[in-house]
Design a protein around this ligand. Structure first.
Ligand code: NAD
Ligand code: MG
Length: 378
């Protein structure tokens, strides 16, 4: 039996991970659950999965804990995240919170010798070198949950000593794939939130529409698979059936296929190296008939160019891109700025702060803080 702690259990990834736990009660015991503010949902989960520990980032007072849920240890604020990552008896820690808070949680979990199942992108985007270095030292490789990275990881099983020559990182192209540049710049919140294939949290759905998500994924892949950015090719594949592929020296391409359902990559990270049922059926290829591919349009989606520039700049440039984007997306979701302004603010942040260093944790947080100011437009 594996013991698993889930950070961000009320979110899109967290709830799907719990679906898998519920499907295999003999395989998984849940040791900790945390959320930011969704109390009622967290209460239901604690009632059902009975963890040792639960916590709310926004805090909870003892008298607010329902009588029947006082069997478990309740914590508030950052202390809750820290304990869920490092203190319970978990073998595995699923980091499925959003934002740069994920970096500290990943480092805490690794430091405590836990296996990290990583959905949170920001940890690798902002502190990839720190995370990969600590994971190596602790002998606990990161297991990717992001569907593309899970696909690449799956394609590499059985690769033996063969190095991959190139990664084909697939992208659906999002809801604006066929729109003009001007239409994209004027897009509304509702239009941007309508992803053609995947159902996900709001922040990542907007990032899929802007293609900043793919930019962040190039950074993730760079660290997870120790592959230079120029060997990571973005391939637009609107059907989202091929979740990514790797190219070997001999010209062979190995791809992973599946319907777009996050339970497959989440389940694979949880049960690795085994596979177990997830409730997801394999795609019916005869019904699909054909799969299509195209090159990304970097004129229409400057996010890809900005991501490559940030990677090339090194230091804290990727942190700057991420922080400015996160704030610009929040401003867009509040209806304060146009969709096009997201690109403008990120570009401005990189021009202004792209040269900041990332020697340690302190540097990263400082770069993040300053980038957020630009992202907020202040
Ligand atoms: P979500 O918004 O649906 O859920 C986020 C969860 O984290 C919630 O439980 C929330 O309470 C908690 N949370 C939010 N902010 C927090 C903070 N500052 N500190 C601690 N907890 C916080 O998000 P999601 O879509 O599940 O995505 C989670 C992470 O996984 C993101 O980094 C995202 O990029 C990545 N990811 C998601 C998907 C997907 O399909 N949803 C796919 C690939 C990668
Ligand atoms: Mg992805």
């Amino acid at each position: 039996m594996k013991k698993i702690s889930i950070l961000g259990s009320t979110g899109s990834i967290g709830t799907q991970a719990l679906d898998i736990c519920a499907r295999h009660p003999e395989e998984y015991r849940v040791t900790a659950l945390t959320a930011k503010s969704s109390r009622e949902k967290l209460f239901d989960q604690v009632r059902r999965f009975r963890p040792e520990m639960a916590g709310l980032l926004d805090g909870i007072r003892p008298e607010e804990i329902p009588e029947d849920l006082r069997f478990c240890r309740w914590l508030s604020g950052k202390e809750a995240l820290r304990a869920a990552a490092a203190e319970t008896e978990a073998d595995q820690v699923l980091v499925s919170i959003v934002g740069i808070a994920g970096l500290q949680s990943v480092l805490d979990a690794l430091e405590a010798g836990r296996q990290v199942l990583l959905a949170n992108k920001e940890a690798l985007v902002t502190g990839g070198h720190l995370v990969m270095d600590l994971a190596r030292r602790k002998g606990k490789p990161i297991l990717p949950v992001d569907s593309e990275h899970s696909a690449i990881f799956q394609c590499l099983q059985g690769a033996g000593p063969n190095r991959l020559r190139r990664i084909l990182l697939t992208a659906s192209g999002g809801p604006f794939r066929t729109w003009s540049r001007e239409e994209i710049h004027r897009a509304t919140r509702e239009q941007a939130l309508r992803h053609p294939n995947w159902s996900m949290g709001a922040k990542i759905t907007i990032d899929s529409a802007s293609m900043f998500n793919k930019g962040l994924e190039i950074m993730e892949a760079r660290w997870l698979f120790d592959t230079p950015a120029d060997q990571i090719q973005v391939l637009v594949h609107p059907e989202s059936i091929i979740h990514s592929a790797v190219v070997f020296e001999d010209g062979a391409v190995i791809a992973q296929l599946g319907v777009p359902d996050m339970r497959v990559p989440i389940g694979y990270a949880m049960s690795y190296p085994r596979r177990e049922s997830t409730g997801v059926e394999a795609p019916d290829l005869t019904k699909l008939g054909k799969l299509t591919f195209e090159a990304p349009d970097e004129e229409k989606f400057p996010s890809l160019r900005l991501a490559r520039e940030a990677l090339a700049a090194g230091g804290a440039a990727c942190t700057v891109l991420n922080g400015a984007n996160e704030e610009a997306v929040a401003a867009f979701l509040r209806g304060e700025i146009s969709f096009g302004e997201i690109y403008t603010r990120v570009e401005r942040a990189l021009e202004k702060l792209g040269g900041l260093p990332a020697r340690d944790f302190g540097d990263i947080f400082e770069a993040d803080r300053r980038a957020r100011e630009v992202g907020k437009g202040t």
